[in-house]
Design a protein around this ligand. Structure first.
Ligand SMILES: *Cc1c(COP(=O)(O)O)cnc(C)c1O
Length: 361
């Protein structure tokens, strides 16, 4: 019998979420963001499930793009950070990847490389106020002019990224939007891409050609104060494990490392075969819900590397080998994330290699 811990991935739920993103994006098109191993869901099965739905994909590195290309021979693949070394420009051109240019050094590399006679489609990343990557608006004239005379290089479009689209009323969002709109008017004829997941739920921010949904595809909410279910999203990953032991505690007994939880009355506890070495957050506090035998029970004590404890007083019928859901249909990943002081993105991408993925289609 293998260890019962696994990540169950619902591909119909993934497709449901993509279709919702595409509907919210319309008339813009939605390019699925599948970086970080498809946000921890497995890049290859995610791309295979979205083939024919998503007309383009976006990733962070050429290594990820090569993995997309094996599954999806045709669709363009946007490299959100461009190439990390000039020596990758040939490979990008041959595989028809579309690097973003975000830094003057990348433009210099491209000019030297274009002199060698290859052809490549590129996008420019604009810094409208996120101040992470991208060219300042005042540089765009120069960048566009240099690309125009770069033999074999086609400038397809421009992208920017919202810093605060997940906060409904943030003034930086309006400022960034205004900057990007001005750019669209100044440089007609290119394709423009703005919205991350959060901006899909603010249609007024969606006036361009391409959106870039990530987290929403995987059924987690981009907003701290709105549940994925209330947005019409379905959970894609269920983190499943099993009970491996059940015991009775007396008042005053403590549980686990640091003895941080103490029984105040006689109670029944269970051990679940999942821990922080699987990607379950060590900072999840006592009280974090865990789904067992048809109900929510509270986590108690500190999460260990390979297991965690739950209070089973509310379901005395629970037995070793009973299945457990750490997050999924019954416990939203965002709820666990909030209690652990993080976001769904970190939990989903943090599932470790030892957890087998199992795909439902
Ligand atoms: C990751 C990423 C996205 C997707 O963001 P979500 O919040 O996951 O929807 C979009 N654009 C860029 C540039 C990104 O890095």
């Amino acid at each position: 019998m293998p260890r019962p811990t696994l990540a169950q991935i619902s591909l119909p739920a993934l497709r449901h979420n993509y279709v919702l993103a595409a509907r919210l994006a319309s008339p813009a098109k939605a390019m699925a963001v599948v970086k970080a191993d498809g946000y921890g869901h497995g890049l290859e099965p995610v791309v295979a499930a979205l083939r024919g739905l998503s007309p383009q994909f976006a990733v962070s590195s050429i290594e990820e793009a090569c993995r997309v290309r094996i599954i999806e021979p045709d669709a363009p693949v946007l490299l959100l950070q461009g190439v990390h070394s000039a020596s990758d420009l040939n490979a990008a051109a041959q595989a028809r990847f579309e690097p973003v240019l975000h830094h003057p050094g990348q433009l210099d590399d491209l000019e030297r490389w274009a002199a060698a006679g290859e052809s490549l489609t590129v996008w420019i990343k604009i810094n409208t106020g996120m101040n992470r990557l991208g060219f300042h608006l005042a540089c765009i004239d120069d960048v566009v002019a240099r690309l125009r005379v770069c033999a074999g290089v086609r400038l397809r479009g421009m992208i920017h990224h919202f810093a605060c689209a997940d906060e409904r009323q943030h003034p930086l969002t309006d400022l960034q939007f205004a900057h990007f709109q001005a750019l669209i008017e100044q440089y007609p004829g290119f394709e423009y891409s703005a919205a991350n997941s959060a901006a899909h739920f603010r249609p007024e921010l969606n006036r361009c050609h391409w959106t870039r949904p990530g987290i929403m595809l995987y059924g987690s909410s981009p907003f701290a104060d709105e549940s994925a279910a209330s947005l019409g999203l379905r959970p894609v990953m269920s983190l499943i494990s099993g009970l491996i032991s059940v015991r009775d505690l007396l008042p005053g007994d403590t549980v686990g490392y640091g003895a941080t939880w103490t029984a105040s009355a006689p109670c029944r506890m269970g051990m679940v075969a999942v821990g922080y070495a699987d990607g379950y957050p060590r900072h999840a506090p006592s009280g974090t819900p865990v789904w067992i035998a048809g109900r929510r029970v509270p986590l108690i004590g500190r999460v260990s590397m390979d297991m965690l404890a739950v209070d089973l007083s509310a379901c005395p019928q629970a037995r070793p080998c009973d299945p457990v859901e750490l997050w999924g249909e019954h416990v939203p990943v965002d709820e666990v994330a909030t209690l652990a002081g993080t976001i769904g993105y970190e939990l989903l991408t943090g599932i470790t290699a030892r957890v087998p993925r199992s795909y439902l289609d």
